[in-house]
Write a protein that binds this ligand. Structure first.
Ligand SMILES: [Fe+2]
Length: 453
């Protein structure tokens, strides 16, 4: 007997939040093949599973069941529960034999068009249509902690700290801290050693000499605020928690510590929630001007200032939102877009070129080089970006938006900042809610425009 997944085990799995979400039910449908929302054998046993929503009314279910009966379709399983999406509705989960597939299209049409019933097909779609799992709530980012590609303490043989057992042990401490971190907790404060502070001091001092001439306006605008409010000083490594709180007041972006390398898909998904996965350890003291991987200097000096800028935050989130549920090849393209903008982007200020990419702003050598006459600079072209270097660009969110709309995805999504959830827009009620919310915003906009006329 197939059962609806309400067991404790499934509540801990990626399926549960879909069930609990304000709009969760519908997305679960798309990700069924990936997440086993319903027991795996539902699919294997050649069953078709459907969910439909009915208003709480006497005889409503009987009316629907009659349609199946008229086509001589035997339902092998039926289950109900109050809808978590709409308070006055019930959700019904049914199973029927796959041999009934030819009749099903008509039945679903009748239910939808003639009876106005919301129907979701769970398992009729072919495997190839399955949408990769993606987090629906900000809490679900916790899952990524267990999915890192390499643990922070594992260093390559050519890493400056490879032969330093003290450094390696320290790296493990940081990795463990991040691994155990959960959304909502304060980011653990770190007591950095004198040697670590010295390394930071060198990087900080050197880069600061270049910022006025090389960094973009936004970076230079925010940097003094970070010095004032977040402990950005030559002799002090700022705490991620303080910086995260500061960013939240500016743009809603927040930091969360990461134990190692994340996949592009997971990393980009964080951006959809305005969450930036940040390292907390510092590079090896023997080579303060070099790091083979992102470290706290890279995050704090390169990334953080820009995440305090409203347009840049929006731009970064758009890349993240575009990535949710996107096929692998599009994730790769988005990661490349991210690389050539957020990491290595240059922009024009009047006739002058300035750096806004974190990889440039956190590396003395790169920052000097990128504004010299040596690199070949090209404009951002999302179709060709994979083969380009150092694009000149403003943040250009409209380009990312256009690119995002070309990603094959069987639904539209939006981020609800109030609930910190991803909403999948696939039913009339949600669209109506969205229209109402936009209409209210438009009212505010029109009224404000009139007042400044
Ligand atoms: Fe980075």
């Amino acid at each position: 007997m197939t059962k609806w997944a309400f067991t404790q085990e499934s509540l801990c799995s990626n399926t549960s939040v879909s069930l609990q979400g304000a709009t969760g039910l519908s997305v679960s449908l798309f990700i069924f093949q990936e997440t086993m929302y319903i027991e795996e054998n539902t699919y294997k046993n050649d069953m078709i599973s459907l969910i439909f929503l009915l208003k709480e009314k006497v005889g409503a279910l009987a009316k629907v069941l009659r349609i199946f009966e008229e086509k001589s379709i035997n339902l092998t399983h039926i289950e109900s529960r109050p809808s978590r999406v709409n308070k006055d509705e019930y959700e019904f989960f049914i199973n029927l034999d796959r041999r009934n597939t030819p009749l099903l299209t008509d039945i679903i049409k009748t239910l939808r068009n003639e009876m106005g019933v919301t129907v979701h097909e769970l398992s009729r779609k072919k495997k190839k249509d399955a949408v990769p799992w993606f987090p629906r709530t900000i809490q679900e980012l916790d899952r990524f902690a267990n999915q890192i590609l390499s643990y922070g303490a594992e260093l390559d043989a050519d890493h400056p700290g490879f032969k330093d057992p003290v450094y390696r042990a320290r790296r493990k401490e940081f990795a463990d801290m991040a691994y155990n971190y959960r959304h909502g907790q304060p980011i653990p404060k770190v007591t950095y050693t004198e040697e670590e502070k010295k390394t930071w001091g060198t990087v900080f001092r050197e880069l600061k000499t270049l910022y006025p001439t090389h960094a973009c306006y936004e970076h230079n605008h925010v940097f003094p605020l970070l010095e004032k409010y977040c402990g950005y000083q030559e002799d002090n490594i700022p705490q991620l928690e303080d910086v995260s709180k500061f960013l939240q007041t500016c743009t809603g972006f927040r930091l969360r510590p990461v134990a190692g390398l994340l996949s592009s898909r997971d990393f980009l998904a964080g951006l959809a929630f305005r969450v930036f996965h940040s390292t907390q350890y510092i590079r090896h003291g023997s080579k303060p001007m070099y790091t083979p991987e992102p470290d706290v200097c890279h995050e704090l000096l390169g990334h953080v200032p820009l995440f305090a800028d409203i347009s840049f935050a929006q731009f970064s989130q758009e890349i993240g939102l575009a990535s949710l549920g996107a096929p692998d090849e599009y994730i790769e393209k988005l990661a490349t877009v991210y690389w050539f903008t957020v990491e290595f982007g240059l922009c024009k200020e009047g006739d002058t070129i300035k750096a806004y990419g974190a990889g440039l702003l956190s590396s003395f050598g790169e920052l000097q080089y990128c504004l010299s006459d040596k690199p070949e600079i090209q404009s951002l072209n999302l179709e060709k970006t994979a083969v380009q270097k150092y694009p000149v660009t403003e943040f250009q969110p409209e380009k990312v938006r256009r690119f995002a709309s070309s990603i094959p995805r069987p639904f539209s999504i939006r981020y609800d900042p109030y609930t910190q959830r991803i909403e999948v827009l696939d039913n009339a009620k949600q669209l109506k809610n969205l229209a109402e919310s936009i209409s209210s915003e438009m009212g505010t906009l029109c009224s404000a425009l009139k007042k400044i006329e």
